[in-house]
Design a protein around this ligand. Sequence first.
Ligand code: CP
Ligand code: NVA
Length: 301
Amino acid sequence: MKHFLDIHKTDPADLRGMIDHAIAMKTARKGLPKGTPDDDQPLSGHMVALIFEKPSTRTRVSFDVGVRQMGGQTLVLSGSEMQLGHGETIADTARVLSRYVDLIMMRTFEEDTILEMAEHATVPVINGLTNRTHPCQIMADVMTFEEHRGPITGKKVVWSGDGNNVFASFAHAARQFDFDLVFTGPETLDPEPALDGLYRTQRNPQAAVKGADLVVTDTWVSMHDPQSARERRHNQLRGYQVNGDLMGHANPDGLFMHCLPAHRDEEATSAVMDGPHSVVFDEAENRLHAQKAIMRWCLGV
Ligand code: CP
Ligand code: NVA
């Protein structure tokens, strides 16, 4: 069973194959209306469940559109409306869904939920974000970097802000794709210790960003963070905002990424979001193409 649960759990050669496949599929569709079916219809006859226990715009729409372009069908389910949200076990849910669908994509809170789903499902399971990781996003980000600047191997990537779930998948990708990852943020919001050894830390954001090929940030308050922590987190992170001054310390052709949704003029200024270094909307588009490649890898089609 080929689950796509995390970047560090997936073979580097397979990851490379998915990125190359995604770029090829994107190129083949260039200029076509979004609803145009792909020529080969690899998901013809396949039913895909998309389960959301947290809100989503990009993940929801890009998976749904991707499946349809490939000739499959989708069921978009919200966790709270399923028995899952009312006490049915994850294991039983996995066994039942596997009788109806060929692939399960899930966005949830605890990592254990997706691991249990994968353990008991008899169809592939894809991680659409947990409190700990967001692997589909980083596949789209690697694809986006390579489209603009060529191979990411050996490049310097700087994360400024909260050491959160999206950072964790960047750290996994740094190992698998062999790039240099620097974290700059307050000690109180350091990445989890399990990621030690996958990145370097530089507390001073200007020094960290020096020579960066890519600067990345994300929201200061994630969906799983309590709103009561908002003010404290903002106070700790304010000095790590990605603004014109900080981007000025990066390489002149350094890119800026944000997985979105962004809180403009908090973690990044609008001038940077809309400026010449920014590729944030390419990242969003590439969720579609990268996930199509991920789904095909999972299903072997
Ligand atoms: N970046 C991302 O996963 O966005 P959504 O929360 O809108 O899916
Ligand atoms: N870190 C953010 C990413 C959203 C796509 C969150 O978990 O809310």
